[in-house]
Design a protein around this ligand. Structure first.
Ligand code: NAD
Ligand code: MG
Length: 406
């Protein structure tokens, strides 16, 4: 849980007053939005490290634009391309998973962790070593090893700033001195592209249709998670680690306009919410400026143009992934890690057209029950245990994908 008792002292600055910043997952959707903000305000930042998986062209372009000290691709096959593109710029190039971790551990005032999937776990952990604060977008880190991660953050004295829009909203409206007066925390869900689609019609939806999110532009994996509502389930687990509430105090409400991002209900009946446009640059800007605020190039939410805000209960029969994640949240220990591993495999298989949309939940459910029968669900106490559980969960899920693939 977040240590809300710590005074909100401004983040450290370099002697020149510039904020030293690293972006892990720099070529992604969140990484790109972060770099867009940095590039608009270059005097404010000193960019330390940028990392990506294999897109050397996009990484090198950003590295030059924001004058990064080092750029790293995790895929060694992309090294030659990266090094050639950075030749003569003075920007260091490196490659391989260990180099990503080394870059993540370079001293910075703020490290933005925006790698997708459990692959972000080790770099997010490394970032705690040398950053005064980590702006965490990589929700899978908290899902796989939340207890371990938050404990390590506390031990290292690193602040975790939530980037995920719902958690950022709650972070903004949660008052540090009255957490005992919180009755519940409510995450909103857009409902995704299939909010009104029957289960029968979901059976043969294509990846293209599932990737078309009504309100947000995001990476492919989180877009599919939004279509299955697994994203909201992962976010409940994420919220449980970030905020001092029990699973029973965490609620989901479907809100198709995505104007309200998160709400806190206090015991006196007050419901405090954060509203804004569906643009990740608002929560990212909040993390960059925290505990202050800075202007962001985001279209203001026009309440009159919006006219109506609607809310509905999530349908766990049509969206069983939400119920599976809620059960994993309640079961705790290793269940969220296995849930996440199975989901990553199932989403990848759906995107590759090896299984259907409804098979995603089935693969996750079957993997969880096989893992449970095998007695695998122990809480990971260290990074290697989290990775071992993750890879065991992936192995079971791959078997299930093969069984279902036609
Ligand atoms: P994305 O797919 O657009 O980008 C992912 C980034 O991670 C890329 O830079 C990619 O090169 C890098 N990457 C992927 N696999 C890697 C690996 N094995 N090793 C090292 N780097 C790797 O994803 P995204 O939509 O930006 O999401 C990033 C994270 O933020 C996810 O955990 C997601 O759930 C979370 N998030 C995203 C949004 C959003 O609006 N996109 C909102 C809230 C939370
Ligand atoms: Mg979110």
């Amino acid at each position: 849980m977040m240590d809300l008792s710590r005074p909100d002292v401004p983040l450290q600055r370099t002697r020149t007053g510039r904020q030293r910043i690293s972006v892990l997952g720099a070529t992604g959707s969140v990484g790109g939005s972060t770099l867009d903000l940095i590039a608009r305000d270059p005097d404010r930042y000193q960019v330390v490290a940028l990392t990506a998986q294999s897109n050397a062209a996009a990484l090198a372009e950003w590295a030059v634009k924001v004058s990064a000290a080092v750029a790293v691709v995790s895929d060694p096959a992309a090294y030659a391309d990266l090094a050639a593109r950075l030749h003569g710029t003075g920007i260091e190039a490196a490659a391989g998973p260990a180099a990503v971790i080394e870059a993540a551990a370079r001293p910075a005032d703020l490290t933005v962790s925006a790698i997708v999937g459990a692959a972000g776990l080790a770099p997010s952990l490394a970032a705690l070593e040398a950053a005064s604060a980590v702006a965490l977008a990589n929700k899978e880190t908290l899902v796989c090893a939340g207890r371990l991660y938050m404990r390590e953050a506390l031990r290292r004295g690193a602040r975790i700033l939530p980037v995920d829009s719902e958690h950022n909203a709650i972070f903004q409206v949660l008052e540090a001195d009255n957490v005992s007066e919180v009755a519940e925390i409510i995450l909103t869900a857009s409902g995704g592209p299939f909010r009104t689609v029957s289960r029968a019609d979901m059976a043969d939806v294509t990846p293209e249709r599932a990737l078309k999110h009504p309100n947000w532009t995001m990476g492919r994996k989180i877009s599919i998670d939004s279509a299955t509502l697994m994203n909201k389930g992962l976010e409940l687990i994420e919220a449980h680690h970030l905020f001092p509430v029990t699973p029973d105090q965490l609620k989901v409400v479907v809100h198709p306009q995505s104007a309200v991002h998160g709400l806190v209900r206090y015991t006196d009946g007050s419901l405090l919410a954060e509203l804004g446009s569906a643009d990740m640059r608002t929560p990212i800007a909040y993390c960059l400026a925290w505990p202050e605020r800075r202007p962001a190039p985001v279209a203001p939410l026009d309440l009159v143009a919006l006219g109506t805000l609607t809310f509905e209960a999530p349908d766990r029969t049509r969206f069983p992934c939400l119920a599976l994640a809620e059960a994993a949240l309640r079961d705790g220990a290793g269940a969220p890690c296995v849930l996440n591993a199975a989901n990553e495999i199932a989403v990848e298989a759906f995107l590759d057209r090896r299984i259907g949309f409804l098979d995603i939940a089935a693969v996750v459910a079957e993997t969880l029950s096989r893992a449970s029968r095998a007695g695998m669900m122990r809480e990971p106490a260290a990074l290697d245990e989290a990775y071992a559980l993750d890879s065991e969960g992936r192995r079971l899920a791959r078997d299930e994908v093969v069984r279902r693939a036609t």
